[in-house]
Ligand binder design. Sequence first.
Ligand code: HEM
Length: 538
Amino acid sequence: AAPAPVSPTGRDTGADPTLAAQGGEHLTTAHGSRRSDTDHSLKAGRRGPVLLQDHHFREKISHFDHERIPERVVHARGAGAHGVFRSYGTASRISSAAVFGKDVETPVFVRFSTVLGSRGSADLARDTRGFATKFYTSEGTWDLVGNNIPVFFIQDAIKFPDVIHAGKPHPDREIPQAQSAHDTFWDFVSLHTEAQHHTIWNMSDRAIPRSYRTMEGFGVHTFRLLDDEGGSVLVKFHWKPKLGVHSVLWEEAQIANGMDPDVHRRDLADAIEAGAHPEWELGVQVFEDNEEQTFEGIDLLDPTKIVPEELAPVQPVGLMTLDRNPSNYFAETEQVAFNPNNLVRGIDVTNDPLLQGRLFSYLDTQLSRLGGPNWTQLPINRPHAPVNDMLRDGMHQTAVHTGVAPYHPNTLDGNNPFPADEPARPFIDHPAPVAESVKERGAPASFDDHYSQARLFWLSMSDVEKEHIAQAYTFELGKCWEQSVKERQLQSLANIDAKLCAVVAEGLGLPAPRPTVQHGRIEPSPALSQIGGQWPLD
Ligand code: HEM
């Protein structure tokens, strides 16, 4: 048997040795033919030329030539870890998902990421972080593909290419916006004012986390949980780090990036290797699944809005512990394919138009990133539940299927995917009503308020946090060339808070505009300002 793989430090990585190729005692070709020299190519005489017939040379070079796959179109830079999710059983009242049963333990793989940088970019950029979790449940794989910021820039997925084009490095010199002109990003967010809420989180310390271990995670969208009796509730998912939420100062981020661009991935791997296993509690805010899909006047289908935790407490449903580093970055962290479509019985989506678009995008992009439709056969993506998907063939097929090509109904082949005697617990297709039957492209009026929650966030910050936010806006807008872009963003800041606008305008040497919207009374939310805070558990 092949020996268990070991890390460069000599530690047993715990990886399954049967999955490790390259365990044989002698050098061979990929076909297992033994070779004696991998240092010299086969030549016509010692001084060459090299012979085309040298299969070992061509195989070695050709395989190397094809070692890379395309990086993700967004979230290209990431770090992953394995772990386990232990469910408290509290959510089993509202969901029939096996993963929420009392004391059920489910293996997980988590990938943390930045959004805009390329695979080789620095960890501590000012950016949103991805927080994607794959739960290998006994009833199929559930992916909770979230971020460390609870809202998103846009309300409709059709704008996703626009916001990403505006934020990614410029196409001429491929220099990240953080070091060159910022005009396209600020042009977008000042024209699409629904982006102002996400953007103020980005200008806060939340966008420069101290460690992946000290980040919150959010499902962002409202999801639907279903029980066995046909009951449904709406929920928002939250990950709360047991270490509390901590960030660094902007100057610390600059130094850390310069000294160690891998600071976050190193921190995660070192902590796990040292036995300091990071933990997050998963919690849900629960709402009635009513016809309006609103709560206290907040449209639950609008992904640019939160529901303050004072109005709907986050209720703990289980604990996730990350306790094992990947043994191969490419095979696990790079080839893992998250997808909000990966849902299991008892967990479903809502009509949030951003979420609906994501249901198309991930599967589509992975067809090219992972080279065809068979990526669920890659070890990291394999479900831990029995599979009978009736799918056949395709690029990178590794299964050897037998029998006739599947079709249903079928009296000639023994493969009946619906045996009568099996205790069936199929996925529940919830019969949700469709509110309007008119075909139209517009957004509902309840999506129109773009400023009150950005103001809520601002008012909830401590004085020091407010200072950091104003400094970040001043610094980032100071990188714009176009005066009109700065002026339009100042108008948005005036609509969030006059003081914030005045400080930034002074820093930019521009006049502060007057607000164009009026706010009612907004109570600060203590839950939004919890840098260094601990989550109070029941
Ligand atoms: C990748 C989160 C919106 C398209 C990711 C990843 C995360 C994430 C965490 C990284 C997955 C990984 O680690 O492999 C989110 C969140 C969103 C959002 C929380 C909004 C709330 C969107 C939208 C689209 C989109 C609206 C497109 C319509 C993509 C694509 C990838 C990606 C194409 C790359 C996937 C891959 O290559 O595996 N997203 N995203 N995302 N996201 Fe999103």
